[in-house]
Design a protein around this ligand. Structure first.
Ligand code: ADP
Ligand code: MG
Length: 733
């Protein structure tokens, strides 16, 4: 029997069907890769405190009390069995199965499996499956086989406990695994032998046997080490292959010319570049000069000057006679980029116009909401090459949009775009264009190495000088309503001093069932919480109350693009004092005169999101103030996250906190597609060492054998992993 064989011939049709529908298991390998969640040990009962309602569980416990009584209002009896871990109790209920009393005897230990429910305030398993493991007498007439096996496993020391489903209790999974392990043929070892030796790892066959049938904890550790490394290694080999393939592509080298636009731009720049901007700028210049396409991720705090670095790269390409496209995730942001780039370039953006500089280019804007004539004009400037820079939204990706000579694609705020969209845009170059991806969401090193593993990473760590720090406070409006009054007073003071303010709400409002603009996090799970505050409710209340007399406007995602642009424009020119908005202001909005931000129901937002939001203030020279308003009192986890945001402005630290509060699948984006991630053991947060080591080894191997010609088993393993499911996980991440 081989790994890719169906399990059917071994376990039979019925069980095969349960495995498939319940656990997504079809092949022998799927089954063997269904690792135990934990191991039960002789004499160690399961801590019943840890059981969660609605979870499928397998617990080892001792029978403490057995009673049976007639059912109310119906014929038949209920058998209630209380089991214990020595401290807590759990009730098992069986209907009309009084005969089980014979085997469920006080003092017996067993594995009990079922779904935890709450009945009369006690936790119970209704109709659990079970095997008794302390059986010695031959009184288990109905399942002597199962009992004997369980007893045997029990004697062996460790009993694997599998993630259970209703249909298949843990010990039945164990039985299926046993049935495939016995007749399994020699497995082709996907990892290179010398690697195993150097890293002290066991082979795959042995790892499977040890993880499923260990005799001791060290057995489990040895197996896990191998399987964990394998996951990291396969992923890194694939990423190394992608990097190698990308760097084998031919691209047009793009080099700025003396006396060109870049030089003219640098000469008119009103400030000096930060050391980081210079360093990253040099790296990008070198990348652009190569005959292979650049694939670079530029990360840096909000306001660290990434756009400036990108603009200088775009001008380099313009100088070389090519074009650059800047892809933004929202209309507001595309319009703002267009406005600010045009402003920064000044006469350099007016080539061909009266008063335009001799050297220069044109900056076109292309968005979905444009009128037909504006859009036609922009498309014409793109295809004729008149526009050296084309800024736009998803509209840029449409098929009919073409370029004269696309040399560089800049993607702003990567997390909103998938790899496919990047690919749609790069396909518009006659030769593969260079790609620069910018993100303000700091990405921990290991995540960058996995999720963005096909990109080289540069980081801007310092903020431009003269930027003032942001001070953040949590405002507990629940216990201390006068704090909120004080917050509005601060807004009035800032406006009085000639500054501007943001008020951010989680919801738009008005519509009956309008969608949250932020993901509902665990804080929102609490029963009986009122719906989150909404822009359309809050704005009129502020106008009628605490902010009376100020010029207050709203901004949210349901407004038509012209209206959004109009409000943003009037806010940036100072005609609006207070902008009440949803998270549409999260990304890139740049109004240096805005100094205060009040986030209402701040606990409804994620940590990174709050950090992004407050990046909208303190962009000028005045001190920024961010007030996180929440009804939650201290001690609640969601409140703790707000305190963390208030305590640090280190984006990396915060993204870590954010990631830790999410599940692994969410980190990798796998759960979004509802598919199983191929990472079973590896955690991008916990296993940094393994990822780093695997990346080193993978890089070396691919450098030596780019097509894996000399490593057929490894290539086969990758091909198997890279079926659509898996590729999808890499794309969507
Ligand atoms: P990011 O895209 O990283 O959020 P931007 O490039 O938009 O940051 O820069 C934020 C603000 O800082 C802009 O108004 C920009 O003009 C300004 N800026 C950029 N680089 C510098 C610098 N070296 N010195 C001063 N201000 C700068
Ligand atoms: Mg930006």
């Amino acid at each position: 029997m081989e790994l890719h064989d169906s399990v059917r011939s071994v376990v039979g049709d019925r069980t095969a069907k349960v495995l498939r529908t319940g656990l997504g298991i079809e092949t022998v390998e799927d089954l063997l890769r269904h690792y135990p969640r934990r191991y039960a040990e002789r004499g160690q009962l399961t801590d019943l405190d840890e059981l969660e309602i609605d979870e499928h569980v397998t617990v080892m416990a001792e029978i403490a009390k057995v009673s049976s009584r007639p059912m109310k209002g119906r014929r038949g009896t209920i058998l209630e069995v209380e089991v214990t871990d020595g401290r807590r109790r759990l009730t098992l209920t069986f209907f009309n199965q009084a005969w089980r009393e014979r085997e469920l005897v006080v003092g017996r230990v067993g594995l009990f499996s079922g779904k935890v429910s709450l009945f009369n305030r006690t936790r119970q398993l209704a109709h659990p499956d079970y095997v008794l493991v302390s059986a010695t007498e031959g009184d288990l007439a109905d399942s002597p086989e199962a009992a004997a096996e369980a007893a045997e496993a029990f004697a062996a020391g460790l009993i694997p406990v599998y993630p259970a489903t209703g249909a298949l209790p843990s010990w039945k999974v164990a039985k299926c695994i046993q049935a495939v392990l016995d007749p399994l043929d020699a497995i082709a070892e996907p990892l290179p032998e010398d690697l195993l030796e150097r890293r002290g790892l066991v082979g795959l066959d042995q790892a499977f046997r040890l993880i499923h049938q260990p005799n001791s904890r060290p057995d489990v550790a040895v197996a896990r080490a191998r399987l964990l490394f394998e996951e990291a290694y396969l992923l890194q080999v694939e990423l190394a292959r992608r990097r190698a393939a990308a760097s084998a592509l031919e691209a047009v080298p793009r080099v700025a010319v003396p006396g060109g636009v870049l030089e003219a731009f640098d000469a008119r720049m009103p400030f000096t570049l930060t050391a980081g901007q210079i360093e990253v700028g040099d790296t990008v210049t070198q990348d652009l000069a190569r005959r292979h396409p650049m694939h670079r991720l530029l990360q840096g705090e909000v306001g660290s000057g990434k756009t400036m670095v990108a603009l200088r790269a775009m001008l380099t390409v313009v100088d070389s006679g090519g074009q650059a496209a800047l892809l933004a995730p929202t209309e507001v942001l595309a319009q703002q980029h267009h406005r600010s780039i045009t402003a920064m370039l000044g006469p350099l953006a007016e080539r061909g116009l009266l008063g335009g500089a001799d050297v220069g280019t044109r900056v076109a804007l292309l968005t979905g909401s444009q009128g037909t004539s504006a859009r036609k004009q922009a498309m014409l400037e793109a295809v004729s090459g008149d526009a050296g820079i084309v800024v736009g939204t998803h509209a840029l990706l449409e098929e009919r949009v073409a370029f004269f000579d696309l040399g560089l694609v800049v993607v702003d705020e990567q997390h909103r775009f998938g790899v496919e969209q990047r690919a749609a845009l790069t396909a518009k170059g006659a030769t593969p264009p260079h790609v620069l991806v910018m993100t303000a969401t700091p990405i921990p090193r290991t995540v960058a190495m996995t999720v963005f593993g096909d990109l080289e990473v540069s980081t801007l760590t310092e903020l431009p000088v003269g930027r003032s720090p942001i001070t953040t406070f949590v405002v507990p409006s629940g216990d201390k309503p006068h704090f909120l009054e004080r917050a509005w007073q601060r807004v009035r003071e800032e406006v009085g001093a000639g500054h501007q303010a943001f008020v951010v709400c989680p919801r738009i409002g008005a519509a009956e069932s309008d969608e949250m603009e932020v993901p509902v996090d665990d804080a929102a799970d609490d029963e009986a919480r009122r719906p989150p505050l909404a822009v359309l409710d809050v704005a009129p209340e502020l106008v009628a109350g605490p902010l009376a007399g100020l010029r207050v406007e709203v901004l949210h995602g349901r407004m038509v693009p012209e209206a959004k642009d109009d409000v943003m424009r009037r806010f940036s020119t100072g005609e609006v004092d207070v902008l009440v908005a949803t998270t549409v202001v999260e990304v890139g909005v740049d109004v240096p005169n805005a100094t205060v931000m009040v986030v209402l129901d701040a606990d409804r937002f994620g940590v990174s999101q709050l950090h992004q939001l407050r990046g909208r203030i303190g962009r000028g020279s005045a001190v920024g103030l961010c007030l996180l308003v929440t009804e939650l009192s201290e001690g609640v986890p969601a409140r703790g996250r707000l305190d963390a945001v208030a305590a640090t402005t280190d984006g990396f630290e915060l993204s870590r906190i954010d990631l830790e509060s999410r599940r692994e699948g969410d980190v990798l984006g796998a759960s979004q597609s509802g598919r199983r991630s191929s990472l079973r053991l590896l955690s991008v947060l916990r296993d940094e060492d393994v990822i780093v080591a695997a990346r080193e080894d993978a890089g070396a191997l691919v450098a030596e054998d780019p097509t894996l010609e000399h490593h057929p088993a490894l290539r086969a393993a990758l091909d198997a992993e890279l079926d659509p499911d898996r590729a999808d996980y890499l794309e969507k991440a």
